[in-house]
Design a protein around this ligand. Structure first.
Ligand code: SF4
Ligand code: MG
Length: 334
C-alpha cells in the first residue's frame, strides 16, 4: 500500500551553548497506511526528537536543518504553524507518556474531549457527546457516561491514559504518534492498553509511529522496526525478521538485555558502556566503544547502510563486508 509518512534524510540539530547537538542525523524511514512502525533505542538515541520534528514541536533550541517529512505527499518541514495546527488532532494525533500529556485538571473529561470532536468532525453538541461516550466505551472504560462528567484527578493513571487514547483517536486520525504511551503504567495495565490500541487501529486503519525503549512493546505491537543509536538508524526490518535474525551488534545487545524476548539466549545481560557524547561523536561507527565485534576500520570509517537479502537494512561494517566479500565475516570474528 501507499506511503502515508515518509521521512527522508532528516537532520535535527539543537543549538546549545556547549555546541551543536546533532540529535537526529540523517534519518530515513517510512510508514504505510495502517502500519505500525516502532522506533526503538535507548534514551539519547534521537527517537523522541524524530517524533517531535514531525509536528514541529521542538523547543526553541531545536531545528530541522535538513531533509523532508512527507505526510500524505505534503512536506511538513515547509508547512506553516497554522497548517500544522490543523493537522494536529485531526489527521495526525499524538499521545505522550504522562505527565507530559496530562489532561487539564480544571475541565471535565467530557469538556476536553468535546472540543476537538466538534471542531474537526463538525458535530453538534449532542452528537459530539455520543461520539465521546462511544470512544470511551471502545477503550474499555466502564461507566463511560460517569467518566464523561468526571475530572481527571478522580481517575487512575491507567484510566487517564485510556482517555488520552480515546481522545487521540476520536477524530479518526490517519496517523497516531505515540511516544512511550504506556511506560508510566504497570506491566499488566500496559499490556491491556497496548492490546486495545492495536485492536482499535486495526479497526480504524490508523497508522502508528510508536516511540519506545522497550523491545517487549515492539514485539507486541509493531509491523516494522527502526532501531536508532546516537541519532542514526542502525537497523530497519520487519518485526519477525528483526527478532529472528538481528544483524546489528546493538540490536543484538538490546534483544539479549530484554527479559522474555531473550529466551533464546542463556542469560540476561545489558550492553556495557553508554551512548557517546553527541557533541563529540566518534568519526567512524558510533557504536564502536561498546561493540564486541569492533574492527580497526570501525574506528576510522563510518559504515554505510547495507541492504540485505531478507529486506533488512543495517549500518555495520560486518554486513557491508558480507555484501562485498560474500562471506560471513561474523563467523570469522567469533
Ligand atoms: Fe561494531 Fe564495527 Fe559494526 Fe560498528 S561497524 S557495530 S563497531 S562491527
Ligand atoms: Mg523520549
Amino acid at each position: 500500500s501507499e506511503k502515508l509518512l515518509e521521512i527522508n534524510n532528516l537532520k535535527t540539530h539543537f543549538f546549545t551553548e556547549a555546541g551543536v547537538v546533532p540529535s537526529v542525523d540523517d534519518v530515513s524511514f517510512s510508514i504505510k497506511k495502517g502500519e505500525i512502525v516502532a522506533v526503538v533505542g535507548e534514551s539519547g538515541s534521537g527517537k523522541s526528537v524524530t517524533s517531535l520534528s514531525i509536528m514541529n514541536l521542538l523547543d526553541k533550541a531545536g531545528k530541522v536543518v535538513n531533509g523532508e517529512i512527507l505526510f500524505d505527499g505534503k512536506d511538513l518541514t515547509k508547512a506553516s504553524e497554522k497548517e500544522l495546527r490543523n493537522l494536529r488532532g485531526d489527521d495526525i494525533a499524538m499521545i505522550f507518556q504522562e505527565p507530559l500529556t496530562s489532561l487539564n485538571p480544571v475541565f471535565t473529561i467530557g469538556n476536553q474531549m468535546m472540543e476537538p470532536i466538534r471542531l474537526h468532525l463538525k458535530l453538534n453538541k449532542k452528537d459530539a457527546k455520543a461520539r465521546c461516550i462511544e470512544m470511551l466505551d471502545k477503550v474499555g472504560i466502564p461507566r463511560a457516561e460517569k467518566v464523561f462528567d468526571s475530572f481527571p484527578h478522580s481517575l487512575s493513571g491507567g484510566m487517564r491514559q485510556r482517555v488520552m487514547i480515546a481522545m487521540a483517536l476520536s477524530c479518526n486520525p490517519m496517523l497516531l504518534i505515540a511516544d512511550e504511551p504506556t511506560t508510566a503504567l504497570d506491566v499488566t495495565i500496559q499490556a491491556q492498553i497496548l492490546n486495545l490500541m492495536r485492536d482499535i487501529v486495526e479497526d480504524l486503519g490508523t497508522a502508528i509511529l510508536l516511540i519506545t525503549h522497550d523491545l517487549g512493546v515492539v514485539a507486541e505491537m509493531a509491523d516494522k522496526v527502526v532501531v536508532m543509536y546516537a541519532g542514526q538508524v542502525v537497523e530497519y526490518a520487519d518485526v519477525f525478521t528483526l527478532f529472528k535474525n538481528p544483524k546489528h551488534p546493538y540490536t543484538q545487545g538490546l534483544i539479549e538485555s530484554t527479559p522474555k524476548i531473550n529466551q533464546l539466549y542463556e542469560k540476561l545481560h545489558s550492553i556495557p558502556g553508554t551512548v557517546p557524547n553527541p557533541l563529540n561523536y566518534p568519526s567512524g561507527c558510533r557504536f564502536v566503544d561498546r561493540c564486541p565485534f569492533a574492527m580497526k576500520q570501525c574506528i576510522t570509517h563510518e559504515p554505510n547502510n547495507t541492504y540485505t537479502a531478507d529486506g533488512h537494512t543495517v549500518k555495520c561494517w560486518l554486513h557491508e563486508m558480507d555484501r562485498i566479500e560474500n562471506e560471513t565475516l561474523k563467523e570469522k570474528v567469533r
